[in-house]
Ligand binder design. Structure first.
Ligand code: NAP
Ligand code: GDD
Length: 374
């Protein structure tokens, strides 16, 4: 039985990767941070399974800023594969926490690689969660493994260090270490302050009358959005490729935040009309398609009491506002990846397209708001 060690196991990707590796027959070890409240929500379904917890899945306290802890864990676990997913992963927050972000996202990677040398794990394979944020102010469209980097945030710069230290330790010490340069990937488990989840959660709450508006920043930024579980399968393929190499994982298509917002509300039967410009721009209800709204109400019988809130959504009502606090000091305007290398060498390809992604996220949030009140 192969052993995998996952940092960031409590995050969106960590939770999907755990499921994938368990299914493939791995023994999975995850590093969790001490927190004042529970941070294992995304793993609860595995955590509560007596056949899995402490039989096939083991959780250990740790932190990427604690070198001695990483050494001890590697000595104890002796993993075959390490997936380094832990990060301060929020781009906007990295402007507020630049030093911490560098410590975790940049030096954290170095600490791990050095711990591998220190402990003498000769055969271990190491996956680094690199990012399309490395391309930042893009130097080429679409972006591939050979596109020059130009990061635009402390997060992007910290991840750039992580990227190059992987390449350097691979070349200098022969460690099997690979970068997955992943473009944005989303899911119902996405953190709630990332724009996709923020929009789908708010739209569901607005539809049932629990929230009036959603405040967003730059509506015109373009992202290459895919479905997270497919990208986690790609991580495994990267580490199980015949040699350590770097790969872009992306859909090859790009959409604006505005399009994501429009499509989310359209899934609920609500068409948006945009009026005004810059920070004065607002999204109004243009029309409500009652047939769609009714289907959604039937989607869960418990939701009947929310019917009237749908009916109260009147054309002209403002549902989207702009809050400049969400603007980035330096924005990444356009990301669109070229996944040709991964498609050819790893036989990896995205299956879930943009409309399907929006649909599965809004359906999940509507279900949550209707059944649990969120
Ligand atoms: P996420 O949901 O924000 O999860 C981040 C994980 O890192 C959480 O488990 C978090 O623990 C943990 N963590 C944060 N600081 C830590 C520290 N100092 N020590 C140990 N663990 C720490 O992120 P994600 O979306 O799953 O992304 C996974 C990785 O891929 C990240 O490195 C991210 O930068 C990178 N990435 C993501 C995307 C994307 O679109 N999702 C694209 C490219 C690259 P808590 O639960 O305790 O906070
Ligand atoms: N978060 C957020 N909140 N972003 C907003 C908002 C808002 O209210 N309004 C507009 N945006 C815009 C941002 O300015 C950005 O251009 C875009 O939406 C996407 O923002 P996020 O969802 O926060 O993701 P990100 O692209 O900055 O970073 C994510 O993807 C990277 C890969 O490209 C994160 O998952 C990173 O960890 C990851 O590396």
């Amino acid at each position: 039985m192969k052993k995998a060690l996952i940092t960031g196991v409590t995050g969106q990707d960590g939770s999907y990767l755990t499921e994938i590796l368990l299914q493939k027959g791995y023994e999975v070890h995850g590093i969790i941070r001490r927190s004042s409240s529970f941070n294992t929500g995304r793993l609860d379904h595995l955590y509560s399974d007596k056949e899995i917890l402490n039989k096939k899945m083991f959780l250990h306290y740790g932190d990427l800023v604690d070198t001695s802890n990483l050494n001890r864990l590697l000595e104890k676990i002796e993993p075959d594969e390490i997936y380094n997913l832990a990060a301060q992963s929020h781009v906007k927050v990295s402007f507020e926490l630049p030093d911490y972000t560098a410590q975790v996202d940049g030096l954290g990677t170095l600490r791990f690689l050095d711990a591998i040398r220190e402990v003498g794990l000769k055969k271990v394979k190491f996956y680094q969660a690199s990012t399309s944020e490395l391309f930042g102010k893009v130097q080429e469209i679409p972006q591939s493994e050979t596109t020059p980097f130009y990061p635009r945030s402390p997060y992007g710069v910290a991840k750039l260090y992580g990227y190059w230290i992987i390449v350097n330790y691979r070349e200098a010490y022969g460690i099997f270490a690979s970068n997955g340069i992943l473009f944005n990937h989303e899911s119902p488990r996405r953190g709630e302050t990332f724009v996709t989840k923020k929009i789908t959660r708010a739209a569901a709450s607005i539809a049932v009358g629990k929230q009036k508006t959603v405040s967003l920043g730059n509506l015109d930024a373009k992202r290459d959005w895919g479905y997270a579980p497919e990208y986690c399968e790609g991580m495994w393929r990267i580490l199980n490729y015949e040699k350590a190499e770097d790969f872009v994982l992306a859909t090859g298509k790009t959409h604006t935040v505005r399009e994501f917002t429009e499509l989310t509300f359209r899934e609920l039967g609500i068409e948006i009309d945009w009026k005004g410009s810059k920070e004065n721009e607002k999204g109004h209800i243009k029309s409500v398609d009652w047939d769609i709204a009714k289907t959604l109400i039937d989607f869960d019988k418990k939701s009947a009491s929310y019917k009237f809130n749908f009916i109260n959504l009147k054309p002209g009502t403002v549902i989207v506002e702009i809050d400049p606090n969400y603007y980035r000091l330096t924005e990444v305007d356009l990301l669109i990846g070229n996944p040709a290398k991964a498609e050819k060498l790893l036989k990896w390809k995205t299956k879930t397209d943009f409309p399907e992604l929006v649909k599965l996220m809004i359906r999940s949030d509507l279900d949550k708001v209707l059944t649990r009140g969120y």
